[in-house]
Ligand binder design. Structure first.
Ligand SMILES: Nc1ncnc2c1ncn2[C@@H]1O[C@H](COP(=O)(O)OP(=O)(O)OP(=O)(O)O)[C@@H](O)[C@H]1O
Length: 299
């Protein structure tokens, strides 16, 4: 299948700053990728290059096989900025009708687009009366004009409450099921963990990690944590058996062990039978994994 987005050995400099260094990635139709990275990692620069807003120094970028910024590529790509601004006096319907007309499409499609993003009930209300989540939906409806094959979303859920976030990702699921590829940046690691197909981590302009969360977890090989609750009155005797564990103020024994040692350690803990009241296995969180990769080049 031809990738929707291909980036190969992309490098971009701003005077002395190397904002992107030899970045390569592909995004297939219908795939949702999350772009993570510290402030200044190069996320916006990459998005601007994909949209054709700024030139790059070397490498290759194609959007549906076309050069970014070309008329053919622009027909296939849509962008939702983080803080999308609309004229407050326009209704949602007027806003979308206007942009449909600019794009040479039938303005009547506005009703369908607004219904698609769950705004049918408010289509004739002024945008000035909308909540932030509703404005994001207008932005998404606007970005769907012309059925783009690639959606570039800059922190699309920032400022949204958990329910609005979930609804927003539900919308993206529907679009990706229709074959739209989605590249979104976010700082909310837990939501991208559950709602995207792959995670891309930029650090200092380099793509330092790429894959599913399971891939990244395996690559990072971070230790897992085991939390053991001793049975009543057994904390001291249990701690004596496992000097490597630390005892928290809550009386729990905490183990940090490499993945490879997990099963043997579990076996030795469960072998103690009634000495142990409960046990939790806590894998490294996405934050742990993200920090691991982000720090690799000393950031
Ligand atoms: N027009 C510019 N002129 C000079 N330097 C720039 C310009 N645009 C970006 N940079 C630099 O390029 C690097 C990458 O910036 P970029 O905006 O892509 O980061 P980002 O990952 O989007 O950060 P944030 O999360 O803060 O938005 C930074 O060091 C930034 O200062």
């Amino acid at each position: 299948m031809t990738p929707t987005l291909t980036i190969s050995q992309l490098t971009k400099r701003f005077q002395s700053v190397e904002a992107l260094k030899q970045v390569s990635l592909t995004l297939a139709p219908g795939k949702r990728a999350a772009l993570l990275g510290h402030n200044g990692a190069g996320k916006s620069t990459m998005m601007k290059i994909i949209l054709g807003l700024i030139p790059f120094d070397s490498g290759e970028v194609t959007v549906c096989g076309e050069a970014p910024g070309s008329a053919a590529a622009r027909m296939q790509v849509a962008y939702l900025p983080e803080n999308v601004a609309f004229h407050p006096a326009l209704t949602g319907e007027e806003q979308i009708r206007h942009y449909l007309s600019l794009r040479g499409e039938n303005p009547r499609l506005a009703t369908e687009l607004l219904a698609r993003v769950g705004l049918a009930h408010a289509a004739r209300r002024r945008i000035g009366t909308y909540s932030k989540g509703m404005r994001q939906r207008v932005g998404l409806a606007q970005s769907l004009i012309g059925r783009p094959r690639l959606l570039v979303l800059d922190e699309p859920t920032s400022g949204l409450d958990p329910v609005s976030r979930r609804d927003f990702y539900d919308l993206l699921d529907g679009l990706s099921a229709d074959g739209t590829a989605i590249l979104l940046s976010s700082h909310v690691l837990t939501e991208v963990e559950a709602r995207t197909d792959s995670i891309l981590i930029l650090s200092g302009g380099q793509l330092v990690a790429e894959g599913t969360l399971a891939d990244l977890r395996a690559q990072a090989a971070l230790p897992i944590t085991l939390l053991v609750r001793p049975a009543e009155g057994r904390a001291i005797s249990l701690a004596a058996v496992f000097p490597e564990a630390t005892i928290g103020s809550d009386g729990m024994l905490r183990f940090s062990c490499p993945q490879a040692d997990k099963l043997p350690l579990l076996a030795s803990i469960t072998a103690l039978g009634p000495e142990v009241a409960d046990l939790d296995v806590i894998p490294p969180s996405l934050e742990d994994i993200y920090s691991h990769f982000s720090r690799r080049d000393g950031q």
